[in-house]
Ligand binder design. Structure first.
Ligand code: ATR
Length: 276
């Protein structure tokens, strides 16, 4: 009987319990996945009491992906570079931290658009927060030639490029520069919070210079089709949705906890119906 859960704030509307319950059914695993909401002011004391609860593993979401690190006993290689953890496994050596966001993103993208993962391909990341860092790390090791980062505060984009070692070429850009050179990219990934609230009709950059067939991805998954993705489609893009990444990062976390081989694709249709 696995005892699993999610820590974060606020997490009342999280889809993670549903996803993990489906994965338990799929893999014939007995367990429970609980929402463990923690107020940010009480983080350190609540984490100490969580250690007593004997969970087998848990996910970590906003705003604790960095704050959890001092409470871990070890960190997996890629999460170490990122300074952000979204999955914790309880082992006989204590709590081990992982990050499955970037690998989940790249895997879900490769499933749908394998043609963009080849030498000569260029990606543009919009944003420089925690989510962008994980995606940058995974994308630069995925066979693309270059992964540029554009951000409102260009200094943060430069920091990501300096701090995370990369096998691809990378350049930091302003948002205006990104808009200007948009036509040269095979993949554009939106990782900022712009467009996240339902009334937000903004897009982080204008998309009228897109080349037809470019893959455009938005990691925001509520609404499922963001304003950014709607604009991208109008401009001839192929689109990749935030919930595809969400599902795959959950599958990777579940695999770490249970040593099973869960699959995301069989859940995709039902998940989409739930989000609509
Ligand atoms: P997370 O860790 O969840 O990714 P974050 O660290 O708060 O979140 O990062 C949010 C991202 O959205 C940043 O790239 C931020 O740009 P800055 O680094 O310049 O702050 C971007 N962002 C948020 N609101 C924005 C806005 N109104 N216009 C442009 N970018 C915005």
């Amino acid at each position: 009987m696995y005892k699993l859960g999610l820590i974060g704030y606020p997490i009342g509307h999280s889809s993670s319990p549903w996803i993990h319950e489906q994965l338990m059914k799929q893999q014939g695993v007995q367990g429970k996945y609980d929402l463990l909401e923690i107020h940010p002011d009480k983080f350190d004391e609540e984490i100490s009491s969580l250690k007593e609860k004997g969970l087998d593993g848990f996910n970590v979401t906003v705003p604790f992906k960095e704050k959890i690190i001092p409470h871990l006993d070890a960190i997996d290689g890629s999460a170490l570079h990122l300074g952000a953890v979204n999955t914790v496994k309880n082992t006989e050596n204590g709590w081990i931290g992982y990050n499955t966001d970037g690998s989940g993103f790249v895997h879900s993208l490769k499933n749908r658009f394998p043609d963009i993962f080849q030498s000569g391909s260029k990606a543009l990341l919009l944003g420089s927060g925690g989510a962008a860092r994980g995606i940058y790390e995974a994308l630069t090791g995925s066979g693309m030639d270059s992964v540029d980062i554009a951000n409102r505060t260009i200094g943060r984009a430069e920091e990501v490029i300096e701090q995370i070692s990369s096998r691809a070429q990378a350049e930091a850009l302003t948002l205006a520069e990104a808009e200007e050179s948009l036509g040269s990219y095979d993949l554009v990934v939106q990782t900022t919070t712009v467009g996240m609230s339902p009334n937000d009709q903004q897009t982080i950059i204008r998309l009228n210079r897109l080349t037809k067939g470019t893959v455009v991805s938005d990691i925001v998954y509520r609404p499922m089709k963001t304003k950014f993705l709607k604009e991208a489609e109008i401009n001839g893009a192929r689109v990749h949705y935030g919930h595809e990444m969400l599902l795959q990062q959950a599958v990777y976390a579940f695999k770490i906890w249970t040593d099973t081989e869960p699959e995301a694709l069989p859940l995709l249709d039902e998940f989409e119906q739930k989000l609509k």
